[in-house]
Design a protein around this ligand. Sequence first.
Ligand code: ATP
Length: 225
Amino acid sequence: MIELKRAGFSYGGGAILADVDLHLTKGSFHFLTGPSGSGKSTLMKLCYQALFPSAGTIKVFGKDVRAMTHDDIAIIRRRIGVVHQDCQFLDHLSLAENVLMPSQVSGRDLNDDLQNMNQLLNWVGLTKQINALPPQLSGGERQRAALARALILSPDVILADEPTGNVDWEMGQKLLSLLIELNKMGKTILIATHDMNLIRVAKPQVAARVLRIQDKRIVSGGADL
Ligand SMILES: Nc1ncnc2c1ncn2[C@@H]1O[C@H](COP(=O)(O)OP(=O)(O)OP(=O)(O)O)[C@@H](O)[C@H]1O
């Protein structure tokens, strides 16, 4: 689904990532770890074309990102659901409107996605908060809402950047269960996290590979993981 070969990236100064090889095959489940500032979010952004590689190649659904037109990128973004580290809601819009935003941006008929939105909010346990504004939601509710929004277009791949970063252990477990359930439905999942306990809990439940960014490159997780 997403393949990086010897990919490198720099924001203009020194390299943040170099010679990164990563292959997210269909239905796979990966955790991405590494110290703060090691480049996890940057790597995620390369996977959904918010950034483009400075070196090497990245193919998404078989197409080289450098050969993509704006239309190609728009189509690809519909197939990749992103749970951003800071959720990125529009605070003046209701939860329902925020969850429907990807649908609106991609020019779909909102009526087609209303039922989907209701089902997703039910699935993440936020039906009662449907008319709430994002600042009225708790940290855990916001993270679950961000997951619902990432799923509104029924993507094939879900990229979640610290999806349990601002929630307590119990809510982290709930979010993890939702992501495992999605993987069992065939979705390809990549989760960036600092939380080694989350990975330890996930490992018996799902065939997850643990990757770590170290010295700008991807290496496999530690032997204890
Ligand atoms: N827009 C930007 N412009 C310049 N440098 C940036 C930009 N975004 C990130 N960086 C730098 O790139 C490096 C990697 O950042 P990134 O956010 O990818 O790390 P991370 O592993 O996700 O960190 P964290 O775990 O703290 O979220 C950091 O040194 C950061 O300061």
